[in-house]
Design a binder for this molecule. Structure first.
Ligand SMILES: [Zn+2]
Length: 343
């Protein structure tokens, strides 16, 4: 979300000694580079790789870049990944581009409104079953109340077939391996096309920007762990929903991990310097970001703060008062740390 279209932290080496639920100690070079090129035309299903086609929905925005990229895999009997927002013209253009072909599977990476609502519209044209982890919030432990109002979430989507990590979805001549990658949402699923060593990674990893991790359904500790998981794969290309494909994805994933860890340390430094509220921290850490993006930045700082509280490195000072965590006051868990400053 930060530094859209800019290159930041080039060549900086990050030393990170991890504890708590961030379990690996690594040294890595943080070269976080973003790619804002995208070759596309709205409303047209275009071939982007030998067995991959993509059509971009006209829902551009600060979090969607040019819009949602709906992928079609195979020819003749095809799988669709993320039908996208509830935009009739987008679904009609997709169906139009697939004239004479049959949709056999509809895969959903997660339940944000720019990804899953198109399933209901697509149902008018095809009985193909939908696949996904589950309804919004279903990957979060103890969260079965759907009363939470969460901006951007699609609470209506229910996959016909629920899938779990490691499940294999057999299509016509190709297959997907499900890779559960909670963090952006708790039900986020990536789909690996083994034959092509391609990972359809939804919003988990993007090449044009970082990903929003917004509590309660977004969770920073889980997000970082889900990034680390991808380092074990042998994928040749990542295909995010928004923006261009990412070739040779591992260095990019490493730089994303380093970026998140750097943010954790920056928030810790804010606490040590006596900054107690999230708005104060946003003002310091995101001073170069347009003010209209500050609410989103606040969600991101909140997710980092939640991680620090969970790890026992920070405390909520007014936890008993029931204030929303976004308005709460925070302090280092070790009271002496506050007076040491961040150096
Ligand atoms: Zn999303």
């Amino acid at each position: 979300m930060r530094a859209q279209g800019r290159t930041i932290g080039q060549g900086r080496t990050i030393e990170w000694y991890a504890r708590g639920d961030i379990s690996m100690a690594r040294t890595m070079t943080a070269e976080l580079r973003f790619n804002r090129d995208l070759d596309f035309k709205y409303g047209v299903l275009q071939g982007v790789a030998p067995s991959v086609r993509r059509i971009v929905a006209r829902n551009p925005g600060p979090f969607t870049f040019h819009g949602t990229g709906t992928y079609v895999i195979g020819y003749g009997r095809v799988a669709v990944i993320d039908p996208g927002p509830a935009l009739v013209e987008h679904i009609e253009a997709l169906v139009d581009g697939l004239r004479g072909e049959i949709i056999t599977h509809v895969l959903v990476t997660h339940t944000h409104r720019d990804h899953s609502p198109g399933c209901a519209l697509l149902r008018r044209f095809t009985p193909a079953p939908t696949y996904g982890y589950g309804p919004h919030g279903s990957g979060r432990p103890g969260a079965d109340d759907q009363t939470v109002v969460e901006e951007g979430a699609d609470f209506d989507f229910r996959p016909d077939i629920t899938v779990r990590d490691g499940d294999v979805i057999e299509c016509d001549g190709f297959r997907f391996e499900c890779v559960h990658t909670p963090g952006h949402t708790s039900n986020h699923m990536c789909y690996r096309l083994r034959e092509e060593r391609a990972l359809f990674c939804g919003d988990h990893v993007m090449g044009w920007s970082t990903t929003i991790v917004s509590p309660p359904d977004g969770h920073m500790g889980t997000y970082i762990a889900s990034l680390e998981r991808l380092l074990d794969g042998d994928d040749r290309t990542f295909w995010p929903t928004h923006g261009a494909p990412i070739p040779d994805p591992k260095p990019h994933v490493e730089s994303l991990i380093a970026h998140r860890r750097r943010r954790v340390r920056e928030v810790e430094a804010c606490l040590r310097d006596g900054l107690a509220t999230i708005p104060e921290m946003v003002a310091r850490l995101y001073h170069d970001l347009p003010v209209k993006m500050h609410p989103a930045a606040a969600r991101s700082v909140l997710s980092t703060m939640t991680l620090l509280v969970e790890q026992g490195d920070a405390v909520r000072e007014d936890a008993a008062s029931g204030t929303d965590a976004l308005d709460a006051r925070y302090a280092p868990a070790d009271p002496d740390a506050r007076f040491r400053g961040s150096g």
